[in-house]
Write a protein that binds this ligand. Sequence first.
Ligand code: RIB
Ligand code: CA
Length: 316
Amino acid sequence: MAPRKIIIDTDPGQDDALAILLALASPELDVLGITCIAGNVPLPLTIRNAQLVCELAGRPDMKIFAGCERPMVRDLVTAEIVHGETGLDGPAWDEPTMGVQEMHAVDWLVTELMSAEDGEITLCPVGPITNVAMAMVREPRIIPKIGEIVTMGGGFFVGGNTTPVAEFNVYVDPHAADVMYRSGIPIVTMPLDVTHEALMSPEWIESMRAIGGDIGEKTAAMLSFYGRYDIARYGTRGGPLHDPATIAYLLQPELYGGKDVFVEVETHSELTMGMTVVDYWDRFEKEPNCRWISEVDSDGFFELIRERLANLAAAL
Ligand code: RIB
Ligand code: CA
């Protein structure tokens, strides 16, 4: 079976880094390119971090594109408190040497999708949705070209991680998320409802270090740094590994359980700005616009990541 063609739209971030590494370690996936967005840290740093992660994966050939440096309407909000000043704190990194593409990420998304067959490409946005939404607005004819969107964002039963009701990616650009949920494209959402069900353990992080080499050392250092915030903030035993859930779903969907629901994003009230309002019990009797994932085989998820990154390290 031919590898599934995907595009990762990302704001690295240590959890984004693990999503990128998992995708590049998995032959079932053909990563056509990585589009960077401002989010966890400003755009120049998310670009640099994407370069570092691709070089760590032995993929200096990967096409990396610079996208939007701010949300569609609102001002940029970043998350250095979680990811550190560079967005990839933890390991000692050398500066990247691989190139970044000249074309703007939004223009490349339009060009790449317009040259594809209908339904041929899967989008995996794991940061604010600005690039994807801007591409849809710029060229609506790309919409049938997108077979599925598998995105990390939102939260409902567990509330938010940026305000009491809003998750970071959707809070940063609620208007972009609204464009996505209104697009009619098949969407699978990995919200906090499921990512908070898969918390890293110190033992698992050590099993990542045991992979050895640069991948083992840098992955363990990233995750140890990144996990400290949630442990301190929520008193949990480990931090949630949000973004790799999208890639794990593509590789082993049987790890996950969810429900087709109607979701709408709050874009008016400052109190609830960026809230993903999930009509879980079909009160509005509207056509579902996404599969809302809330269950995960946590052990299977973490073993998948460990196994694939061990394979990648062995191949370098
Ligand atoms: O709320 C978690 C999400 O926000 C993750 O994608 C993380 O990387 C940050 O972008
Ligand atoms: Ca992210």
